[in-house]
Design a protein around this ligand. Structure first.
Ligand SMILES: [Zn+2]
Length: 920
């Protein structure tokens, strides 16, 4: 399916051409770096004459078959398998936890001892890794115990369907094998012992109040197969869900059981867990699921923060209000959740005593959380694991000022204060704690398999351990491809942190890189230092140029094109409204940070590139080098895009600006080169550009070529035109042509469903609104957004409703609302007067937020689409709010009902038409 809206843009590779899927089916080679011949070393056991494994550990279910075979394959690949060689004996011993093991390396014998099969598995993988990291086939004598402090280490399939728009694909409904054996083998070696996939109760559970979905058996059957297959590699399957799910207004359950109806949320009613029938439904759902799917590892449930679920989800995590539910509203907040979790846990436990329930409080806000949130750890039902985002709400100084971010950070170590307080609460209660993090990569740059910064992971895990974290969810949809970051996470799950970060990195690098490990560690250190400069801002993650800058077109003339959400496959290419991706940082600050990031990153790239000749024949290591180069290109490109729009503003601000134009054209030419270079890396590595949440590639060779063509066109058209204008002595207004223009003080402006005017009073700007047909049920809101002429600042968003609820992302306005029987009036005073700028006003009303009735000034040119934090703002739909242009300048034009903005040539005295704007 071609999801691109503009026909000219080549479609991304279809599923059949995701070559990395084929790679995941292939067994990975052992690259052995044993260089030195055996040297006599009294402290080491020499295996160069061969070893022979004895798999004596009782394993009636055959769980260890894959690990045993792997060890044999490894010994053979290293030419050290021989009957009668040094015996490697797997045996039983008392160990404190599952997966713990003891490695005894004696003079003539190796023992791998554990209390359970999973301990033996971990011991086998560890032994292989130690041998791979050695200079010759030998092991240091001695006995060591390895005890994981992280029990559940849960990741996800890199290319599994997300069961969300726009594709809405359900992995349990197709015939694709998302878990090829060799893929699972790699994940198991990397310490992953859980994978999550998405389900919904109503799709596959039977209860006494809901029938069985006609496709339930198909789904259950595939789930059973998946569970069984993964267990061959010591990997549990976790059913991810947001349960109890909210109820659609037309859901027949609401008629039969009105007590299930909680307050209305975004698009559905919350599910009220306070009745017996609700608890029975939840008990029976999980009980059915775990009876039907033996071996299912557990449930990973978002209990608050994403979509409607219990009546508690009607209360924002930053809000101390009670639930609007007549039943739940009388309860303490924690009790609402306690009811649903207890029922779900009991149903599961009665069917499968070893299964576990993780309750994930997805509270991504950077604002302070309400007091009730910190009550939850102490009131989590016994046996339920409490999970919280490790970094959400985290703050730190960048360029001398504090910056705060929401969810998902690899560049920022954490924990946030929010997590710290939750951990402190959990320490006093009975709930185990799980950290939600991103191991491989995060929303910072999610178009790559992973970002190689294992040093940052070391620091993060060290803090997790100190805070008593005992489980980890390693990723959302992205950030999970096999490789160095997964492997680091696996090792860190049993790390004691007695040795330094540098020692850890060396241990991590040796199996893959042999004698080159020290160079690689230096490269990783540059990467970590550089990456730490990533601007701490969610807007920058969600809309910024780090994911796919090398396919962004550039606009010399103002185009007012919005930025695309980076995780969505079905938006047009990002445009020139660069301010949309900035919130905590000015454009200049973001530029400084990205330049530092890029420069330090490239120092690491140079070190890795120096290893190319040595690793020419090693496919996996060449991919690692390619990935580092591709990221280097992405970061440079991101920096260049920021700088391009910084210079565009200067072009409009300054008079003598031919030099600025020349600098901009240099960027365009350099960007053509970056796109060309990236094509080469993409051809070698089909993982590059793939975004697991978008379920498609954000960049790929055909689109990079498309971009090169756009940039060449830009140099040959707009650059030529603007250069000519400047050479002829014209200045540029910087505003886009053909926009509806409102001159301050020019009276009422009619929109469909409301009218507004703007006035200047003293040194303030006042907006007045009159809204007809007041909505007394549901909501009735005005969103206004102002953005500067050059689109380099974050839009100033002011919102208010007919109940006086007022928000302002700059906190620089005052709002007064008056209501009468049929209409409402608002007066908004801007305390900071902007310059001439773009403006969009949207009145939205209705019952369900998902489907509002909209009236918009000016009439929209393009269909407004919701873009998460940016909501329905779209610069393409903006008019111009003229605050400084004088009426005199326009008086001769007004009678023609249009404004001609002209600039005079200083050289020739000729006037030139810059923009034509209709006037209301
Ligand atoms: Zn309720």
């Amino acid at each position: 399916m071609n999801m691109c809206l503009e026909n000219k843009i080549p479609a991304p590779p279809d599923r059949e051409n995701w070559r990395f899927v084929r790679d995941l089916h292939k067994s990975s080679d052992f690259h052995i770096h044993w260089t030195s011949p055996s040297l006599p070393d009294a402290d080491r056991l020499d295996l160069s004459k061969g070893a022979e494994p004895f798999f004596n550990f009782p394993d009636p279910a055959g769980y260890l078959k894959t690990a045993n075979e792997d060890l044999l394959k490894f010994l053979k690949a290293g030419n050290i398998y021989s009957r009668g060689g040094i015996p490697i004996i797997c045996g039983k011993a008392e160990m404190p936890t599952t997966e713990s093991f003891r490695l005894k390396i004696a003079n003539r014998e190796i023992n791998i001892l554990a209390g359970d099969t999973e301990g033996i598995r971990r011991g086998i993988y560890c032994l292989e890794e130690m041998l791979l990291g050695a200079k010759y086939p030998s092991l240091e004598l001695g006995t060591n115990e390895y005890i994981p402090w992280l029990r559940n280490r849960i990741s996800r399939c890199f290319f599994g369907p997300i069961k969300r728009p726009p594709f809405n694909r359900d992995e349990l409904m197709d015939d694709v094998d998302y878990y090829p054996d060799e893929y699972l083998n790699r994940l198991a070696h990397e310490g992953v012992n859980g994978l999550w996939l998405t389900i919904a109760f109503r799709d596959l559970c039977k209860t006494s109040i809901t029938g069985l979905n006609p496709n339930a058996e198909t789904r259950l059957e595939k789930l059973r197969r998946t569970v069984a297959k993964c267990l061959n590699y010591g990997i549990k399957t976790w059913a991810f869900c947001i349960e109890p799910a909210g109820l659609s207004p037309d859901d027949p359950l609401l008629k039969s059981y009105p007590e299930l109806q909680g307050p209305l949320g975004w698009s559905k009613y919350c599910f009220c867990p306070s009745s017996d029938v609700a608890k029975q439904y939840l008990y029976e759902s999980t009980n059915w699921l775990f009876k039907q799917v033996p071996g299912l590892g557990g449930i990973l449930n978002i209990s608050h923060g994403e979509r409607e679920t219990t009546c508690l989800s009607g209360v924002s995590a930053t809000d101390n209000n009670a639930s609007l539910c007549p039943r739940c509203g009388a309860l303490p907040h924690w009790k609402i959740l306690h009811q649903s979790l207890s029922a779900m846990h009991q149903g599961m436990h009665d069917a499968s005593p070893s299964a576990e329930l993780i309750s994930w409080l997805y509270m991504p806000q950077s604002a302070p959380l309400a007091d009730w949130v910190y009550e939850l750890p102490r009131h989590t039902p016994e046996g339920v694991i409490l999970q919280f985002n490790f970094e959400s709400g985290g703050c730190r100084n960048q360029l001398g000022r504090p910056r705060c971010g929401g969810d998902y950070w690899l560049s920022y170590i954490g924990p946030s204060d929010h997590f710290g307080r939750i951990a402190a609460g959990a320490a006093g209660g009975i709930a185990e704690l799980s950290a939600k993090i991103q191991v491989g990569c995060s929303h910072e740059v999610a178009s790559v398999p992973f970002v190689p910064v294992p040093g940052l992971l070391y620091r993060k895990y060290k803090k997790m351990r100190r805070l008593g974290v005992s489980n980890v969810m390693q990723c959302w949809y992205f950030g999970n491809y096999p490789g160095i970051m997964n492997r680091a996470a696996g090792m860190l799950g049993r790390e004691t942190f007695d040795s330094s970060e540098a020692d850890f990195l060396l241990r991590l690098a040796r199996p893959d890189w042999g004698a080159a490990a020290e160079t690689v560690v230096k490269a990783w250190q540059h990467f970590a230092e550089g990456y730490s400069h990533y601007p701490l801002s969610n807007q920058f993650q969600y809309y910024g140029p780090m994911h796919a800058g090398p396919v962004w077109p550039l606009y010399l003339k103002p185009a007012l094109k919005p930025l695309a959400p980076t995780w969505k496959p079905d938006f047009p290419p990002s445009g020139d409204a660069i301010g949309e991706c900035l919130e905590n940082h000015t454009l200049e600050e973001a530029m400084i940070l990205c330049r530092q990031l890029s420069e330090m990153w490239n120092q690491g790239v140079a070190l890795l590139n120096s290893l190319k000749p040595e690793f020419e024949g090693n496919h996996d290591r060449m991919l690692d080098i390619g990935l580092a180069n591709a990221l280097g290109i992405q970061f440079e490109s991101g920096y260049n895009i920021l700088r391009f729009y910084y210079l565009r503003k200067r072009l409009h601000d300054e008079k003598n600006n031919l030099g600025t134009l020349e600098e901009m054209s240099k960027i365009v030419r350099a960007e053509i080169v970056r796109s060309e270079q990236l094509i080469t890396y993409c051809e070698q590595d089909s993982r590059l550009g793939f975004h697991s949440e978008a379920e498609s590639h954000l960049y790929y060779p055909a689109r990079l070529l498309w971009r090169i063509e756009q940039l060449r066109k830009l140099l040959n058209t707009e650059f030529v035109e603007v250069r000519k204008q400047l050479e002829d002595g014209f200045t540029l207004t910087g505003f886009a042509p053909d926009r509806q223009l409102y001159l301050i003080g020019n009276g009422w402006n009619e929109a469909d469903g409301f009218r507004w005017q703007a006035l200047r009073r003293d040194d303030k700007v006042i907006f007045e609104f009159e809204c007809a047909n007041i909505k007394n049920s549901g909501y009735d809101i005005i969103d206004m957004a102002l953005i500067d002429r050059d689109l380099v600042e974050h839009p100033w968003k002011i919102s208010f409703n007919n109940d006086q609820h007022h928000t302002d992302n700059r906190q620089s306005s005052i709002c007064r609302v008056k209501k009468d029987i049929s209409s409402w009036h608002a007066e908004v005073t801007l305390l900071k007067v902007p310059g001439d700028c773009y403006l969009q006003i949207v009145r939205k009303s209705g019952i369900l937020s998902e489907d509002p009735e909209l009236s918009i000034w000016p009439p929209p040119r393009v269909q407004p689409r919701h873009r998460l934090n940016l909501e329905r703002f779209n610069p393409e739909n903006c008019g111009i709010l003229a605050l400084t242009w004088t009426a005199a300048r326009m008086s001769d034009i007004k009678k023609h009902k249009e404004v001609l903005l002209r600039t005079e040539s200083k050289k020739t005295g000729r006037e030139r038409l810059i923009a034509v704007n209709s006037i209301n």
